[in-house]
Design a protein around this ligand. Structure first.
Ligand SMILES: Nc1ncnc2c1ncn2[C@@H]1O[C@H](COP(=O)(O)O)[C@@H](O)[C@H]1OP(=O)(O)O
Ligand SMILES: [Mg+2]
Ligand SMILES: [Mg+2]
Ligand SMILES: [Mg+2]
Length: 318
């Protein structure tokens, strides 16, 4: 099958990173360090990025990686203690890790969007991670602007009897989920609109990451009467792909109308939903454009659906 090696390496890398995140949550109350944009980052974000970037670089030395974090601040004297912690957590996954190698591995993620690149969010939903809610490790491979492979770990997500889900998709080959702790893969499909129990929508917990008022108005216009499920991170894409909800709305927040979505916040989730039979566009109906830069400069808002209700949602947005 095409992209077999990429898929296997991505699964190994993301699983290692997710284990690291779970260990951090088990062993300490992760503290938020503030980045320059005032958004939070933790030792787990840095550690997860080191694990994934090190694994990818070894197997695909020529592929750029466009990842959320970078190690510049972590290298400063004031950060010696958190760096030591990052290094210890990475060591549990990759024994040769030291503070020096770990910062180098993190900075492998400073690559640029090009004809073929990986994009990584080592922890998507850091605020959810800190609140003990949902978060995800999200990795995707993009070629010529088209997402080819996506692997999305959701360690806190429960579907059926399983908590800790790994979503995997390869372009043209469908999407599966499997227990993060190991076990067999199961093919996934979005829910049909007649599936009333799942005819509901998902949105962010953080009100500043969307427009909750408009989101509920649009969902209602599409015939959804149930309350939204609020969850952090790309776990929302997983919920739509696995048929737990039929719609995910992320409309520009009135508080940050000029915010542009980042590629790592969407790429893995998009291919998982598309390969599960769903549809993803921006709020004007355009496909998300992953060919430009780390930001989705050509898109505003994101609409993720089971496909069936997509045009109705777009019409309500016009
Ligand atoms: N104004 C905003 N609008 C939409 N998304 C945002 C905004 N500010 C931050 N984000 C991003 O939302 C993501 C989390 O989404 P969710 O609320 O669905 O879990 C984070 O990756 C975060 O990026 P960042 O990590 O740069 O803060
Ligand atoms: Mg994110
Ligand atoms: Mg992140
Ligand atoms: Mg962040």
């Amino acid at each position: 099958m095409a992209y077999e090696k990429e898929k296997e390496i991505a699964i190994a890398a993301v699983t290692g990173a997710a284990l690291l995140c779970q260990e951090v949550r088990r062993q300490m109350v992760p503290e938020a360090m503030a980045k320059q944009d005032r958004s939070p980052v933790t030792v787990a974000d840095f550690g997860a990025q080191a694990v994934v970037c090190k694994t990818l670089r070894e197997l695909f030395p020529n592929d750029p990686i466009v990842a959320e974090e970078d190690a510049a601040e972590l290298k400063t004297a004031a950060m010696a203690k958190p760096l030591q912690q990052v290094s210890q957590y990475v060591q549990a996954i990759i024994p040769e890790a030291t503070p020096e190698t770990v910062t180098r591995w993190i900075d492998y993620g400073n690559g640029s969007v090009g004809p073929r690149y990986w994009t990584l969010d080592p922890i998507d939903g850091t605020k959810g991670f800190l609140r003990n809610d949902q978060y995800a490790v999200a990795l995707a491979l993009v070629e010529a602007g088209e997402i080819k492979v996506g692997v999305l770990a959701c360690p806190a997500l429960t579907i059926g009897d399983t908590t800790g889900i790994l979503f995997i998709a390869v372009r043209g080959a469908g999407a599966v989920m499997q227990p993060l702790s190991g076990g067999s893969a199961q093919s996934i499909q979005v829910a049909a609109s007649i599936d009333w129990a799942h005819f509901r929508f998902v949105e962010s917990v953080e009100s500043g990451h969307g427009n909750q008022e408009q989101q509920s108005a649009i969902a209602q216009a599409a015939g959804i009467t149930a309350d939204s499920l609020r969850m952090d991170s790309q776990a929302k894409y997983g919920a739509v792909a696995a048929g737990e909800a039929v719609l995910y709305l992320r409309l520009p927040s009135p508080k940050s109308p000029d915010y542009r979505e980042k590629i790592w916040d969407h790429a893995a989730g998009v291919i998982v939903v598309e390969e599960a039979g769903g549809r993803v566009t921006d709020m004007t109906g355009r496909p998300l454009d992953f060919s430009q830069s780390a930001k989705l400069v050509n898109n505003r808002g994101v609409v993720v659906s089971n496909g069936e209700i997509h045009d109705k949602v777009l019409a309500a947005l016009q």
